[in-house]
Design a protein around this ligand. Structure first.
Ligand code: 7RM
Length: 574
């Protein structure tokens, strides 16, 4: 089952033939689940759409045929850039059905982030929406994509999904409307499913690393299927009659594993909502829990903290008695938010599954199951079969309640296989600090009961509102502005977002600092990388603390901002 002959390039289910989409769609569409809802969707403006397993397979097949007719073949990369709309799910499944590798770029990213991902993946096709609704406004996704495409050469075809109906530029010979293609004779209802090896790539998903550009995490058909199916089944105890809502975005791993693949593999009914939790009012989520009778709700601590601010009256206006189980993911959940979620939303009767995992792990790694005694703020223990530990600098397990590096000691099915096109970085990033042991990049401690308490990242990765960003990307967006010579970004604690982005900028000689320039730089980062990366503060400085080899010492900046004494300054240049 496991081939460990070429560590750390582990293989699972070697020689097994499958296609994850067969188990997501065809298996159910051909059995008693064919009329069951696979996907329910509500738009920000209140529209509702749903797809039975039969319908979702049909739409997937039709779109898969369209992609094939455009010359997309097994192994080709296809980038998807949309808001939370059903076509994103259909697009992912259509790619996987024909063996193409999907690369979803979160709709909150913008020009340079999209360009970088298109170019690195060498995508042939881009599937994009004309725009996306966000708090009543329209994000012009197609025009952002047009700007990114001017910088990226590999894309031959752009398929445009009409969501907002706002006018967009259509470049002849390159751009085509999705709804026009989907009614052509080439878009037949049946589509031959590509038989894949268990180890064939399913998707790549870019995520921020310790240094440099985001890296493309590669997942496969076999292992990812087994990992997401099993963890969702046992941790959320999902049943046929359940209505399950993972409020993440399909553009991040949580959406890949637990909006799209995990629920469909389980034959579940998955609900997806397009908009923001507090739009138009802070009861929007609770209204939908009541309206659709949601049984399982899975979200992030930042969303809970954001909703908590508006008080209990908003959720109390709604009947939330359908809820049976709650989930949390993305960052440590502070006990205060945990207790509010448990008491006000779960009415004290819904256990909270605090799931620790990563883009790289593909599936839950540290998590309770509904039968496990909970402690607010702890993910309890590793999922059965997952072997983890907490090590000190020398690689020795730490004593109870001592902080150390969180590591994974045995391979698991849904694990990252490599960094796409960069196997050396895969080895270097995850497997070199302690040979044969996977470094998560997090620190943690374990209490007397063996419960894990994750503390946070030990590298230059920030979790901002649950989104994973790299200080390096924020810095390079700043430096791409003509006024900026150098920049450093750090995360500082923030009540709702978890971390806020603080930056230090050295201007080029002759450039005057001003409040106007601060605004311009913040807008520049939002334009290049995305509004989620917009710095909360920009401070102009004359110099930055660096090591003798020229690396920015962010921990020194952080300590100073927090009014603490920086530890160990022996490597500081001056
Ligand atoms: C699923 C996801 C991964 C990083 C990870 C941690 C942090 C995620 C929890 C958590 C404490 C949790 N993937 N993290 N879940 N920290 N408790 N339950 O978020 O690749 O985007 O981020 O997120 O630091 O290393 S991710």
């Amino acid at each position: 089952m496991l081939d460990d002959s070429n560590k750390p390039f582990f293989k699972w289910f070697v020689g097994g033939k499958t296609n994850i989409v067969y188990n997501c769609l065809d298996r159910h569409a051909e059995t008693s689940r064919r009329n069951k809802l696979a996907l329910m969707w509500e738009g920000e403006k209140g529209e509702f759409r749903s797809f039975s397993y039969f319908a979702l397979r049909r739409e997937t097949c039709r779109f898969a045929n369209v992609l094939r007719s455009l010359g997309v073949q097994k192994g080709d990369r296809v980038t998807l850039y949309m808001g939370r709309i059903p076509e994103l799910v259909i697009g992912m499944l259509a790619c996987a059905r024909i063996g193409a590798i999907h690369s979803v770029v979160y709709g909150g990213f913008t020009v340079e982030a999209l360009h970088e991902r298109l170019e690195d993946s060498h995508s042939k096709v881009l599937i994009v929406a004309d725009g996306a609704y966000q708090r009543g406004k329209i994000v012009p996704l197609k025009s952002i994509a047009d700007e990114a495409l001017q910088r990226a050469a590999s894309v031959e075809s752009v398929l445009v999904v009409k969501r907002t109906g706002e006018p967009v530029n259509m470049e002849s010979g390159r751009d085509m409307w999705y709804h026009e293609l989907m009614v052509l004779p080439i878009a037949g209802n049946a589509c031959h499913i590509e038989q894949m090896d268990a180890e064939d790539p399913l998707f790549i998903l870019y995520t921020s690393g310790t240094t440099g550009k985001p890296k493309a995490i590669l997942h496969t058909h076999g292992g990812f299927m087994v990992g997401t199916y099993t963890t969702l089944k046992y941790v959320f105890d999902i049943h046929d009659e359940d209505r399950y809502w993972c409020a993440a975005d399909p553009g991040w791993i949580t959406g890949h594993s637990y909006i799209v693949y995990g629920p469909l593999l389980n034959g579940a009914t998955s609900f997806m909502y397009e908009g923001a939790p507090t739009y138009p009012y802070p009861n929007r989520w609770w209204q939908m829990v009541e309206k659709y009778g949601i049984n399982i709700l899975y979200t992030a601590p930042t969303a809970i903290r954001g909703l908590m601010r508006y008080g209990e009256n908003w959720p109390n206006r709604h009947d939330l008695s359908s809820l049976r189980l709650l989930g949390s993911v993305g960052e440590p959940i502070n006990p205060e938010a945990w207790k509010w979620y448990h008491r006000v939303i779960g009415k004290g009767r819904c256990p909270i599954m605090d799931t620790w995992w990563q883009t790289e792990t593909g599936m839950f790694m540290i998590t309770p199951m509904p039968c496990v005694a909970l402690k607010p703020g702890s993910g309890t223990r590793p999922f059965p079969g997952v072997v983890m530990d907490i090590l000190n600098e020398e690689g020795k397990p730490v004593a109870a309640n001592e902080e150390g590096f969180l590591v994974i000691k045995e391979p698991w099915p849904a694990m990252i296989r490599t960094i796409y096109k960069d196997p050396e970085r895969y080895v270097q990033q995850y497997w070199t600090k302690y040979p044969g042991v996977y470094m998560t990049g997090d620190s943690a401690r374990r209490d007397e009961d063996g419960y894990y308490w994750v503390i946070g990242r030990v590298d230059d990765v920030l979790k901002v509102s649950g989104y994973r960003l790299g200080t390096a990307e924020i810095e390079s967006a700043l430096v791409s502005h003509p006024a900026v010579a150098e920049a450093a970004a750090i995360g500082l604690p923030h009540d709702v977002k978890g971390n806020a982005i603080h930056t230090y900028v050295i201007l080029k000689t002759g450039i005057e600092k001003s409040d106007k320039l601060v605004d311009e730089l913040r807008a520049h980062v939002a334009h290049e990388m995305g509004p989620i990366a917009k710095p909360d503060s920009i401070v102009f400085v004359e110099s930055l603390p660096k090591t003798r080899s020229g690396k920015i010492m962010r921990r020194v900046l952080k300590a100073r901002a927090l009014g603490q004494e920086p530890k160990d300054l022996s490597t500081l240049e001056e």
